[in-house]
Each structure stands twice: as structure tokens, then as C-alpha cells.
Ligand binder design. Structure first.
Ligand code: ADP
Ligand code: GLC
Length: 506
């Protein structure tokens, strides 16, 4: 007998060693809705464009799954049909196309007219949720789970990684499957949007009846797609470590803090990164002049060009900017309230944003009232965002809550010091200019506690004080520009998380 055991053991250990040397690549299906530059409503699109690329670089076999929105179909290359699926949603025929967008493998879901939404995937021209949102995102998640048995395109993911409530049902559809299933990761980009629908839609979802319960995706009598993700996923991630803690409190939990606390052991925060191929003043061809941490002369040219573009008077004061969705979350109302004081001190302000009509109207009024000192552009303009970042001295991000936030990171890269509310990802990424940090050379911006006008004004006063000491300002600018928030570290973190989950995903 021993003679038999030994060869068996040996071949087993050789197999293990080989497996270590030639690891089977991790297969990950990355499920989301938008993708920069083809289709973007916010930072999610930036993340979806950059993170999969970084993971591909680590050898992960990652493929995106997205609805075939017209803009994505147009952006894709080499599309070919790979599967025809019979969905449980009435007579909707699903056709899966496989191709690449910007060299990243992507599956696009065609489903009759369901994804024929030329502009915004979530809301109509009036900003109202599409009435069939429950269906378009149920189908997205159901399709993701349909990959579980490897019948589609001969490819079986080890992990299904869904993003925000749009993909929140994916872990539920996986949990409903009998037998082996991939592991599931669910990333919360913004807990404020939950995908809550009346209970009456539950019967249309083709999920086990028992799933509509407290111990499932029911939440205060509604079907809640976010709760589904939080409840059924094997692991939950948030887009910054601070946010992962904040949302477990009643103040910041949007009602889900209890659900999250119950799953605390499965929650972790992984900070978003910056795609420095796109956001780098040294190589950015959309700005007036290039510059870097050591030689920022070009930034002066960018500022000159920005003032000319917005009709701002020439001045020795700092230019503040805001680049933002205009919603209550972002605290742009606080900036408007603080404007008179900022201008009195010799500052100027450029705002780029779109969103709630009432806020847009207030921005228009401010532009007219403070002509020559305040510039406003309403709308969505990616290239202008670069010019504003390069030409400004301070980017203001007074968000009431901020899961991560990307514009403060872009601000750091462009030497445009972030002035931010100390919350969520803003707290994780900006180091306040205190006396001690100034002495240590570690300060990168200005932070304030509490999203209040007083807080914002106090931090702005400190920004003006630093501005009056150009040598110190330059020091902080250089420190800000030398911060590294690339995607390599976060991608390794996600890779390790997938790897940990692989054994349970059988
Ligand atoms: P959120 O996703 O909550 O809107 P982020 O800071 O994560 O916030 O990401 C916002 C992204 O959208 C950034 O890439 C920012 O530059 C961009 N952005 C926001 N508003 C505009 C706008 N009006 N025009 C161009 N880009 C914008
Ligand atoms: C959400 C959040 C934002 C985050 C982005 C990308 O839109 O509001 O803070 O940076 O997702 O993760």
C-alpha cells in the first residue's frame, strides 16, 4: 500500500506545484451599465473603463457585461453573436454579442427595444426614472447569472462582480441556482440610489418566492435591488475605506446600515484610482500647456486661457472651480452661498455642472450677478473639465457624502488643491494643510468637518492665507501633484479578493 500512496501523493503535489506555476487565470464577469468615454453619467464610467484594464494587466481574464445601449454598440469593435437566450421576462429574446471596447473584452446584451435608450440609461429627458428600469436591470442581472454553467461562449466565470443597484439582483439570481455557482462580489458606488420598486414587480422577476422577505431582497415592503446585492453577495466592497464604515451608521446608511452591519465581515473598502493616461498634465493634449510637479509654469498659461475662455478679469487671486453633477449630494448650494465671501477676498470661480434645474438656475443667476469673476457652463463637457482643472488653483468638493469622489483626485494630479468636506473618499485622499503637515511637507489640500457654510468658509480662509505665501503654496502643490492614486494597487486588492473567493465558487 505505501508504494501506492507515494506515487499518488507525488503526482498530487506535482499537480499543485504546477497549478502554482501556471495558475488557471481567474475568470471574472464584470457587470455594469456605463463606460467612459462612450457612455458616462458619472465616476462609475471612469472606474469601469480603468479597473478592468488594470485587472487584465494582472492576468485576470475579465470580461464586461453591459446592456447594448446604442453608444456602447457604436463603440464596440469586432462584435459577433455568441448566444441566444430565452429570458423568463415574457417574450423578450436575448442576444449576446461579444467584442472589444478599447481592447477590453465585452459582452453586450441585446433585448428587443429594451436597451434602445439613446441618451441616459436611467432617466428620460425630463430626469424621470424610466418606467421599465426594474426590467432592464433585472435582465442585466439574470443574464450575468446565466453565465454560471459555462454554456455561454464556452466561458464560465469564477466570479461575477456587479456594480451598484443596477447589478444588485445578480447575486440573487446566482443564489437561486441549484448546484455549483460562481462567487459574487457587489460594489457599492453610491448607496443613495437603491432601485426600490413596488412589491408587485416581484412576480415578474422569476426568483424563488422566499426571496421576497426580510431575509432577502424585500425592504420596507418594496423590492430593493441594492438590498439584494448587499444580502446575497459573497463579498461587498465600497469605493473607499471610510465610506465602508460610514454606511454602517444610521447617519450615512440610507436605511441600509442595519443590513450592512449584519454583513460587516463581508464588507471592505477599496479606494478608486486615477487613470493617469487620461488625467496627467504632463501629457494632456486638451489643455493650453503641459506642466509637471517640478515645473508648473504651464499651469499659469492654462489659467490665463481659462480666464479668457470664461471672460474672467485678470487678477492675482486664486481661481476656484467646481466640476460636478448638480444634486443635493454634491453640496454645490454651499459653494453658491460662500461665493460672495470668496469673491470679496479676491477669488474667482468657474463652475461646470448639470443636474437639478433649481441648482442650474441658481448657477445662471450667479454668473450674471458676478460677471467677470464667476464663469458658469451648464452641461456635460469632458474636455472642458480638463481645461478647468488645469487652469484653476483650487477644486471645491463640499459633498454632503462622497463614496469616493474622483474630481479631488484629478485636482491633486493637476496641482489644483482640493478643498473638501472631510467625508467618505474625500477624507481618505486629501490631507489638510495644518501647521504640522505644512512643516512635514505632507499637506495636499484643505478639509473641513461638517457640510456647512461656516466649515467651507473657514477652509477657504485658510486657502487664501496659504495663497498669500507663494512659496508654501508651491510646496503644497508639488506634494499634491506627487501623490500616487493609480489603479495598480486597487486592482491588486480586487484580484486578491477574487482569489480568496475562488474556492467557495465551485
Ligand atoms: P459622481 O460619480 O458622484 O458624479 P465622481 O467624482 O466620482 O462623482 O465622478 C464624477 C466624474 O464626472 C468625473 O470624471 C468628473 O470629471 C465628471 N463630471 C462631472 N460633472 C461633469 C460635467 N458637467 N462635465 C464633464 N465632466 C463632469
Ligand atoms: C459614485 C459616487 C462617487 C464615486 C463614483 C465611482 O458615483 O458618487 O463618489 O467616485 O461612484 O466609484
Amino acid at each position: 500500500m505505501p508504494q501506492c500512496v507515494l506515487p499518488w501523493l507525488t503526482s498530487w503535489s506535482i499537480q499543485r506545484a504546477l497549478a502554482k506555476r501556471l495558475p488557471d487565470p481567474l475568470r471574472v464577469l464584470y457587470v455594469s451599465t456605463e463606460l467612459y468615454p462612450a457612455l458616462k453619467t458619472g465616476g462609475l464610467a471612469d472606474v469601469n473603463a480603468a479597473l478592468p484594464k488594470a485587472l487584465l494587466g494582472l492576468g485576470v481574464d475579465i470580461r464586461l457585461l453591459l446592456p447594448a445601449y446604442p453608444a456602447l454598440l457604436q463603440a464596440a469593435a469586432g462584435l459577433r453573436p455568441v448566444a441566444q437566450l430565452r429570458s423568463p421576462f415574457g417574450d423578450i429574446e436575448v442576444r449576446l454579442l461579444y467584442g472589444q471596447i478599447d481592447s477590453v473584452p465585452v459582452y453586450l446584451i441585446e433585448a428587443g427595444n429594451l436597451y434602445q435608450r439613446p441618451d441616459n440609461p436611467y432617466v428620460d429627458g425630463e430626469g424621470r426614472d424610466w418606467p421599465d428600469n426594474y426590467l432592464q436591470f433585472a435582465l442585466l442581472s439574470w443574464t450575468a447569472a446565466s453565465f454560471a454553467d459555462g454554456a455561454i461562449d464556452d466561458w464560465r466565470p469564477d466570479i461575477v462582480h456587479g456594480h451598484d443597484w443596477h447589478a444588485g439582483l445578480a447575486p440573487a439570481y446566482l443564489a437561486a441556482r441549484a448546484g455549483a455557482r460562481p462567487g459574487s462580489v457587489f460594489t457599492v458606488h453610491n448607496l443613495a440610489f437603491q432601485g426600490a420598486f413596488p412589491a408587485t414587480i416581484f412576480n415578474k422577476l422569476a426568483l424563488p418566492a422566499g426571496f421576497f422577505s426580510m431575509d432577502g431582497l424585500e425592504f420596507y415592503g418594496n423590492v430593493n435591488y441594492m438590498k439584494s446585492g448587499l444580502h446575497f453577495a459573497d463579498r461587498i466592497t465600497t469605493v473607499s475605506p471610510m465610506y465602508s464604515l460610514e454606511i454602517q451608521t444610521p447617519e450615512q446608511g440610507f436605511g441600509m446600515d442595519g443590513v450592512l452591519r449584519a454583513r460587516a465581515g463581508a464588507v471592505c473598502g477599496i479606494l478608486n484610482g486615477v487613470d493617469y493616461d487620461l488625467w496627467n498634465p504632463q501629457s494632456d493634449t486638451t489643455i493650453a500647456a503641459r506642466y509637471c510637479a517640478q515645473d508648473a509654469a504651464g499651469k499659469g498659461e492654462c489659467k490665463h486661457a481659462l480666464r479668457a475662455e470664461f471672460g474672467l478679469a485678470s487678477s492675482g487671486g486664486p481661481v476656484f472651480c467646481v466640476i460636478s453633477r448638480l444634486t443635493a449630494q454634491k453640496g454645490v448650494d454651499l459653494v453658491l452661498d460662500a461665493l460672495p465671501a470668496l469673491l470679496r477676498r479676491g477669488g474667482q470661480m468657474v463652475l461646470l455642472g448639470s443636474g437639478e434645474p433649481a441648482l442650474e438656475a441658481q448657477l445662471r443667476v450667479a454668473a450674471a450677478r458676478f460677471r467677470g469673476a464667476v464663469g458658469v457652463r451648464l452641461g456635460y463637457d469632458e474636455r472642458l473639465a480638463h481645461r478647468i482643472l488645469a487652469g484653476s488653483d483650487v477644486i471645491v468638493v463640499p459633498s454632503r457624502f462622497e463614496p469616493c469622489g474622483l474630481t479631488q483626485l484629478y485636482g491633486l494630479a493637476y496641482g489644483t488643491l482640493p478643498l473638501v468636506h472631510h467625508v467618505g473618499g474625500l477624507a481618505d485622499t486629501v490631507r489638510d494643510t495644518t501647521k504640522e503637515r505644512l512643516a512635514a511637507g505632507t499637506a495636499t489640500g484643505f478639509t473641513f468637518e461638517g457640510a456647512t457654510l461656516g466649515g467651507l468658509r473657514e477652509a477657504a480662509a485658510r486657502a487664501f492665507a496659504l495663497w498669500s505665501k507663494p512659496v508654501l503654496w508651491e510646496q503644497v502643490r508639488r506634494t499634491a501633484m506627487s501623490q500616487q492614486f493609480g489603479w495598480a494597487a486597487p486592482a491588486r486588492h480586487y484580484r486578491d479578493l477574487y482569489q480568496d473567493l475562488r474556492p467557495v465558487a465551485q
